[in-house]
Ligand binder design. Structure first.
Ligand code: HEM
Length: 399
C-alpha cells in the first residue's frame, strides 16, 4: 500500500500508517487479547483483534456506505471455513448465512419473498402467552430471562419456518413452491440448509435483543413507565393486544424508540468479522490489498460521538420524530447494511415490538437488588452479544 504524506501511528492499530504495507497489520499474530470495542474518534481506520484474529476496520463515515454496501467487495468465510471438520458444518450446509457467491445469491433470492410479507402476529402472541405462564409460575422470583426468551423465539422462528398459516410467509411452503413462482427447483438438501440457517440466525439474536431491552428498561424505570403509559393510552379493550397490525404498532412510537436505542447501545452482532477482501480496496490515500481480513464494526459506528452525543448514555429520545428519517451515513446498523443486510430485519423488529408491548401491558419488571447490571449492562461476546447473569423480577399488573 502506498500513499503520500506518511503519518505515523502506533502499530497497536489505532490508524493506518501511510506508506506502509498493510499486510503487516493483518497477518502478524500478536498475543491474543479481548476485542477492542473502544472508540478512538481521531482514527480513519484501525485494527481490531476479534474472534481470534486481527481485522482491518475502516471507520471514516465517508466510506462507510461504500464499504458496507459494495457488492462483491468481500466474500464471507464463516461459519463454513471455521467449522470445517466440525459436525456443525453439516448443519449449516450451504445456506444463506454460510455460503457466498452464486450459492448465496440463489439462497437469498429464494428466501427473500417469504421475508417481504407482513407477518401475522398471532403466533407471537401465542408464544408470548407461554412465556407469561412461566413468569406467573415464578411470580416475583427473579428469573433467568434469556433462557425463557430463547425458548419463545425458537418457537416463533420455527412457526415461521414451518407452520405459518399464510403460506407466503411460511418459509418451507414458499421454498417448496418456488418452481411455481420463480421456476427454480430446490433439492431437499437446499431446503434443509435454508431452514437450518434461518433457525440459527433468527433465534439467539432476537432473544438477546429482547433480553437487553428488558434489562435496559429494568435499569431505567422511567423509560419503562413512559413506554407502558403509551401502551395503556393506546389500549381500548383488554383484548386489544391480541391483534397487532402495523396501524396498532404505529401507535407506539416511543416504545419503538426504546427498542432502537437498545439495539444501538448493545448491537447483538458487534463486529462482523468474517469478511475477506476479494480485490484491492482504495479509500483516501490508502489501498488495502486483496485477501485482507476485514471487520465491519457495528459497535463502533453506534458509539461514535460524531453520530451520538454521550454514546454510553441510554436515551430513547435520540430516535424521536426529530431524527431525520434518512440515514445516509448508516449510523444505525444493528442489522448491518448492503447485500448481506439481515434478511429477518422486519420479522425480528416486529417480534420485539409485539412482545415488548405485551409485556408492558401485563407486567412490571425490575432487577433484583444483587444484580450485576445496575452500573451498566455486563455482556459477553460469543460472537452474539449476550447479557451475563441476567435475572429479572416480573410482577403481574392488574388489568
Ligand atoms: C434482533 C435480531 C437480529 C439481529 C440484531 C440480526 C442481525 C444480523 C446481522 C448484523 C446480519 C449480517 C451478518 C453478516 O453479514 O455477516 C444478519 C444476517 C442474517 N440474519 Fe439476522 N439478525 C436478527 C434477527 C434475525 C431473524 C429473526 C432472522 C430470521 C428469521 C435472521 C436471519 C438472518 C439471515 C438469514 C442472515 C444472513 C443474510 C445474508 O447473508 O444474506 N436474523 N443478521
Amino acid at each position: 500500500m502506498h500513499a503520500a504524506n506518511p503519518t505515523r501511528h502506533d502499530v497497536a492499530g489505532t490508524a493506518l500508517e501511510a506508506g506502509a504495507v498493510y499486510h503487516r497489520y493483518v497477518t502478524h499474530d500478536p498475543t491474543p487479547q479481548t476485542a477492542h470495542l473502544t472508540v478512538n474518534p481521531s482514527s480513519t481506520a484501525r485494527q481490531v483483534f476479534y474472534s481470534g484474529k486481527w481485522l482491518v476496520y475502516i471507520r471514516d463515515p465517508n466510506y462507510r456506505r461504500q464499504y458496507f454496501c459494495q457488492r462483491d467487495l468481500f466474500d464471507r468465510q464463516l461459519p463454513n471455513s471455521a467449522l470445517n471438520g466440525s459436525p456443525l458444518r453439516g448443519f449449516f450446509g450451504d445456506g444463506v448465512l454460510s455460503s457466498h457467491g452464486e450459492a448465496w445469491r440463489r439462497q437469498r433470492r429464494l428466501l427473500a419473498p417469504s421475508f417481504r410479507r407482513t407477518f401475522p402476529a398471532e403466533a407471537t402472541v401465542r408464544c408470548s402467552r407461554r412465556l407469561f405462564d412461566v413468569l406467573d409460575h415464578h411470580a416475583s422470583v427473579p428469573v433467568d430471562v434469556l433462557h425463557y426468551l430463547k425458548n419463545l423465539l425458537a418457537d416463533a422462528v420455527a412457526v415461521k419456518a414451518t407452520q405459518s398459516v399464510d403460506s407466503g410467509s411460511n418459509i418451507i411452503a414458499s421454498l417448496v413452491g418456488s418452481p411455481r413462482t420463480t421456476g427454480e427447483h430446490l433439492s431437499p438438501k437446499e431446503i434443509r440448509d435454508a431452514v437450518n440457517n434461518i433457525l440459527f440466525a433468527g433465534h439467539d439474536t432476537t432473544a438477546n435483543a429482547l433480553a437487553f431491552l428488558l434489562c435496559h428498561t429494568a435499569i431505567h424505570q422511567s423509560v419503562q413507565t413512559q413506554a407502558r403509559d403509551e401502551v395503556l393510552a393506546a389500549t381500548r379493550t383488554a383484548e386489544d393486544w391480541d391483534q397487532f397490525d402495523e396501524a396498532r404498532l404505529a401507535e407506539l412510537p416511543y416504545g419503538y424508540s426504546v427498542i432502537k436505542e437498545s439495539l444501538r447501545h448493545e448491537p447483538i452482532l458487534s463486529v462482523l468479522s468474517n469478511r475477506r477482501l476479494l480485490r484491492d480496496y482504495s479509500f483516501g490515500p490508502y489501498t488495502i490489498p486483496a485477501g485482507s481480513k476485514m471487520g465491519l464494526h457495528i459497535y463502533d459506528v453506534h458509539h461514535n460521538p460524531a453520530h451520538y452525543d454521550d454514546p454510553l448514555a441510554f436515551r430513547p429520545e435520540r430516535f424521536g420524530k426529530d431524527r431525520p428519517s434518512s440515514d445516509s451515513q448508516l449510523t444505525w446498523i444493528p442489522f448491518a447494511a448492503g447485500p448481506h443486510q439481515c434478511i429477518g430485519i422486519h420479522f425480528a423488529l416486529r417480534k420485539v415490538r409485539v412482545v415488548f408491548a405485551l409485556l408492558l401491558y401485563h407486567y412490571e419488571w425490575e432487577l433484583p437488588h444483587d444484580s450485576i447490571h445496575f452500573q451498566g449492562l455486563k455482556t459477553v461476546l460469543s460472537p452474539v452479544a449476550s447479557a451475563r447473569d441476567l435475572r429479572v423480577r416480573f410482577r403481574r399488573r392488574d388489568v
